[in-house]
Design a protein around this ligand. Structure first.
Ligand code: NAP
Length: 396
């Protein structure tokens, strides 16, 4: 496997090696490819490329304005790595992204004491026959207010009625499942992906207060909304970024918004400044096939953008992992850990995790194994990714 391990994901000096006609990297004859490596690895990488038959066209400092995207390629992996397969070779120079300031992102436009009152437009099941539980897509009209948001934010909902203490219910936060333009592209709606919480206590079935309120709510009904909140899960503005998404169940909400922004034809027409050209790789965990959420949308993106979108499912109660247990997304991540690791080795790659907290240790373990195979320590690298604003987690 031709891998160029980086000693750091941080700000160590990086060098670009430009090569031509290197058959081992499946570039077209006469094509040009660039590798970005830490200065400390320049000599060994240069030597390796020369020994492999590459014609070296030049070496320069990556940050002096002439560098291009790094393209380490996982040749030899069983499935093609989405990020490397179709990288244009003549991209404009890009500096390593600093953590975005996100100063212009709206937050707390409506507070719990004075919420915005929206109106339900539609409330539809997202599940197919035979699915477990109840998961609905609820869309609310925001017309007449100031509430606006961007992909990856959450809103608060205050359910009707009073809590056991006689006071109004507290807000519950939900990740927004629509883009800033809303499902109708008119910019005046917000959508949520809501699973009705149900559990047993002392032999009695308990329904979650707010999730039941939202799953039962009828079109035309008023809803008290606060927010928006959250800057952890924002998408990079970079149209060439690679975006890895790990979602369990309704944790798909922000990913559905990202993918619409990237691939929905109406969204693309509304976003002249965001014509996504990177690689998006979604890992989705659900208990059964009928529980898959937004499946038709994702399939349409696969058909329209096969070079840019990859979709990997973990269907826990239908598939087994290698140990014979339920297939969870951390098992799928472990299967592709090398490819994922190669991707996050690129400064342009972001990883998003949303859903059950239980997936985190398994994902860390898979990444730690991939890092160790390269002589690297995941415990050191992960905080660097976080600091660089490329590792985004919202789990409960
Ligand atoms: P769910 O349908 O109950 O579960 C989704 C999948 O995750 C199932 O296949 C389930 O498998 C699997 N799973 C269970 N334990 C797991 C573990 N330890 N590691 C990996 N996968 C595991 O999901 P849900 O009810 O929609 O709940 C999703 C969670 O995401 C909720 O806790 C919700 O609060 C949270 N959420 C968070 C956000 C956010 O962070 N902003 C947004 C939306 C939802 P089995 O059931 O077959 O074992």
């Amino acid at each position: 496997m031709h891998v160029l391990p980086a000693a750091s994901f941080g700000s160590s000096p990086m060098m670009t090696i430009t090569i031509q006609d290197f058959s081992g990297f499946s570039i077209p004859p006469g094509g040009i490819r660039r590798f970005v490596v830490p200065l400390s690895q320049l000599q060994s990488t240069y030597g390796r490329l020369v020994r492999s038959g590459a014609k070296i066209l030049g070496v320069c400092n990556s940050l002096n304005g002439t560098a291009a995207t790094p393209v380490p390629s996982p040749v030899g992996s069983s499935t093609p790595a989405p990020a490397q397969a179709a990288q244009p070779v003549d991209r404009p120079a890009r500096k390593a992204p600093a953590k975005a300031a996100h100063g212009d992102v709206p937050v707390n436009l409506y507070k719990p004491k004075a919420p915005f009152v929206g109106t339900v437009i539609s409330n539809e099941t997202l599940l197919k026959e035979g699915a477990i539980g109840r998961v609905n897509h609820v869309t609310m009209d925001l017309s007449g207010g100031e509430l606006r948001y961007v992909e990856g934010q959450s809103i608060g909902i205050i359910p009707d009625g009073l809590a056991d203490n006689g006071k109004p219910h507290k807000i519950r936060l939900y990740s927004i499942a629509s883009t800033r333009h809303g499902d109708n592209l008119a910019g005046n709606t917000v959508s949520l992906c809501v699973r009705q919480l149900q559990y047993e206590k002392d032999g009695e079935l308990i329904n979650g207060v707010c999730s039941t309120f939202l799953c039962d709510i009828a079109p035309g009904a008023p809803v008290k909304i606060t927010g928006p909140v959250g800057k952890e899960m924002l998408l990079p503005e970079d149209e060439d970024a690679n975006v890895i998404m790990l979602a369990t169940g309704t944790g798909i909400a922000p990913m559905r918004a990202y993918l619409r922004r990237m691939f929905d034809p109406g969204e693309r027409a509304r976003n002249p400044d965001y014509a996504f050209r990177g690689k998006a790789w979604l890992f989705m965990g659900v208990p059964t096939t009928p529980n898959l959420l937004y499946e038709e949308e994702f399939r349409s993106y696969l058909s329209a953008y096969p070079e840019n979108f990859r979709y990997t499912k973990a269907i826990s109660r239908e598939q087994n992992n290698s140990a014979g247990g339920r297939m969870y997304i951390q098992n799928r991540v472990a299967e592709s850990a090398d490819e994922i690791f190669n991707l996050i080795n690129l400064d342009s790659t972001h990883l998003y995790m949303c859903g059950l907290r239980g997936m985190e240790p398994g994902i860390d373990k898979a990444m730690a194994t991939a890092a160790a195979a390269r002589g690297l320590d995941w415990k050191t690298l992960r905080p660097q990714l976080k600091k660089a604003g490329r590792w985004h987690v919202e789990t409960y």
